[in-house]
Write a protein of this length. Sequence first.
Lengths: 46, 310
Amino acid sequence: MVEDGRVLTTRHEVLGAINTENLRTAHRRLEGGHVIGKLVLAGFDD
Amino acid sequence: MKAIGFERHLPVDHPEAFRAFELPVPEPGPHDLRVAVEAVSVNPVDTKVRAPRHADPDHPDNRADPSPRVLGFDALGVVDAVGAEVSRFEPGDVVFYAGDIGRPGSNAEFQLVDEAIVGHAPRGVEPGDAAALPLTTLTAWETLFDRLGLSPDGADAGTAVLLINGAGGVGSMAIQLARAARLKVIATASRPESRQWCLDLGAAVVVDHFGDLSDQRAEHGIIEVPAIACFNDLDRHYTAMAELVAPQGRLASIVGNKSPLPFQELRDKSVGFFWEYMFTRPRFDTAARIRAGRARSSIRSRRWWRTAGC
């Protein structure tokens, strides 16, 4: 369904690398409510 | 390997609520894939597992078990190694999954995951776009088609379904799955941006969940709704759900209640109330596997993944 486009990603924002500060930001926003779609982190810091 | 975790359950702004650890690269068990994680998405369940158990940070109830505890459920990555009995995957495969609440999570360079709960990642989709999907897609699918009993293949075309908090992670996917099943999607949202998001994803009608749902129902010519799903704050919305649901309809919720709910209000209409918890299947299938003393009974899990179309 994703490959044929019937379902689109619900990713709303990419916050950056998978690190402590970006995870903290994601948790803070989810705890605060009003998040649209999904928050994504990608890659690790060198 | 790098991993982000915690040794104590702490408030989000505590300096030690999130810490970087250097941990050994884990060795896969017979049915495990070892995945080099490329992207993750964060779910409300992450915050619930991390949350403090006690107001005093040093209280023993706040000790993580295991320690450090590594969170992260949704992930996309590349298979790096496989256990001896893995049959569906090989190193180099790009996979995604919603993980297992009982094992170390995806906020790490390498993660072990049982192949039974893994899917091949969709082609032509950015890693982060795919990592956004597994947990909420499974939750949305199970809510609509297993709990509310709606047909995924169009047999209930035109049936109204009310999705409370349509713009959140699960709601955003539920709108799309419901639309693909040709249901009439009524979503709730309270802000202009979240309202537009719901419309863009395929909601036919968007109402404000902070307004009076009954008044808005009249405005949109909605009489009764046979299926209602709550994706946020069940305590707040339960009364409206009980009022709006059609006789012999169904209610479902992915969030728990903090206060007792007056279930007798559903009795005269013979309405069913269903919980949805995505980890029910992995948790209890795993228990059944161990009890049976055999390695594998994952056909159902696999089919479940494939059925969900991921």
